[in-house]
Design a protein around this ligand. Structure first.
Ligand SMILES: *Cc1c(COP(=O)(O)O)cnc(C)c1O
Length: 411
């Protein structure tokens, strides 16, 4: 008899995006004319073309593979040194102490934020923010770090840290002791950022309690305000309590190309049950060497090109495009009296629903009256009720049209 991992049976059948999909298809079936003008501002996927510098680097890497003298087979599981150097060099240029061999290149940070749980033992108390990027929750369910799902979709055994307008969408330090804390800034879904002081308080808490911060900086490139930290390692003391996840998906348009990386500082440790300190760097290195054979060579050459002068200029233009969209969407919501958060250092605009309007009511109103798909905040967690998210990953023409339709909505 083979037994299944019963933790998978605890998973709530991915509620948010299937339910959005269901409502959108019902709408389109019932309103075929309106369906033609439907604009999707729901999903967090990029829309603009892959930078030329990346495409050229990838093409030339493919040609390397076509010649037996420059052919490459299996690469280093941790990533090619040319890319690890480019990544760590970029941190060092910003004055941050990151060594080349603290960089682990992967096929994206969704995988890394999930896989990282393999190097942690049983019995850790896990804290996540609410609302949250659902991957952090579901991977903990799969790993057996939670109890069953409750009626409202939350899980027993997880510590939920509410992020609302009252705390500027940065969670208060919990009263209880938690062992692993997921933080994501700039945030998906709220589009908000954490200040240096707020992050310092978390680093302080983690160092005092022997906790680990799993810091997801997937949207770092969208930061416009120089006072907002771009990396957890800008905070003193972070090297002894934090792992950072980064991705080329959103800055370089790599959602389909697939490449990201994780920084594990060598001084970062966790304990065995009998109190011995063990370096996490060695464990993650072992995990990657055993279970991963590296991101593909052309993809890593493409990622390297993002650090060239030409690549940086193209990334800057992409960010300017998406942030221009965010401003248009944000201004449109403000102009009709809605309260807007985020959207200044992140490609997501997080909007408060008018008094008495729920997240899903707002979703339905946008769909039925504006023929625009947004994401209801409640889908990201209970504390997201009363908000909806508009993504600025879109063409300028679509965003301008959405802004026009927002202006016509009567609440
Ligand atoms: C898009 C996104 C990522 C990136 O995931 P990839 O697997 O690298 O494409 C990571 N974290 C968050 C919160 C995201 O929204």
């Amino acid at each position: 008899m083979a037994y299944v991992n019963e933790n998978y049976l605890k998973l709530k059948a991915g509620y948010l995006f299937p339910e959005i999909g269901r409502r959108v298809s019902v709408f389109c079936e019932e309103n075929p004319e309106a369906a033609k003008r439907l604009i999707r501002c729901g999903i967090g996927d990029v829309t603009e073309a892959l930078p030329l510098a990346v495409r050229e680097a990838m093409k030339s890497a493919v040609d390397d593979l076509g010649n037996r003298d420059t052919f490459r087979g299996y690469g280093p599981e941790q990533g090619y040194s040319f890319l690890r150097e480019a990544i760590a060099g970029d941190y060092r240029e910003r004055g941050l102490n990151v060594a080349d061999d603290e960089v682990f290149v992967s096929d994206g940070s969704k995988c890394d934020t999930g896989n990282i749980l393999e190097i942690f033992g049983e019995g850790n108390t896990i804290a996540i923010t609410d609302p949250v990027y659902p991957v952090y929750v579901d991977t903990n369910v799969m790993a057996g770090n939670t109890g069953d799902a409750r009626e409202d979709g939350s899980y027993e055994g997880l510590v939920y840290l509410p992020c609302t307008a009252e705390n500027d969408f940065v969670p208060a330090i919990p009263e209880e002791k938690v062992d692993i804390i997921y933080l994501c800034y700039p945030n998906n879904p709220t589009g908000t950022t954490a200040t240096r002081e707020q992050l310092a308080a978390w680093v302080d808490y983690a160092n005092k309690n022997g906790s680990i911060l799993l810091y997801d900086a997937a949207y770092e490139a969208f930061i416009q305000d120089d006072s907002v930290p771009r990396s957890i390692f800008e905070i003193e003391g972070a090297r002894t309590c934090a792992i950072e996840f980064r991705s080329f998906s959103k800055n370089g348009g790599f959602t389909g190309v697939r490449c990201g990386f994780t920084i594990v500082p060598k001084e970062l440790t966790a304990q065995t049950k009998d109190g011995k300190e063990v370096a996490l760097h060695g464990l993650w290195n072992r995990r990657m060497s055993t279970k991963f054979n590296g991101a593909s060579y052309p993809v890593q050459r493409g990622a390297e090109a993002l650090y060239s002068e030409a690549g940086k200029a193209e990334v800057a233009a992409l960010i300017e495009h998406y942030m221009g969209n965010a401003k248009i969407l944000s201004d449109a919501c403000k102009a009709c009296g809605l309260t807007v958060y985020g959207g200044e250092n992140a490609p997501y605009v997080w909007v408060g629903c008018p008094e008495g309007v729920g997240s899903w009511d707002a979703f339905d109103k946008f769909l039925n009256e504006a023929n625009v798909v947004v994401t209801p905040g409640a889908g990201f967690g209970a504390a997201g009720e009363g908000y909806f998210r508009i993504s600025s990953f879109n063409s300028r023409a679509n965003v301008e049209e959405v802004a026009k339709r927002i202006a016509e909505l009567k609440w």
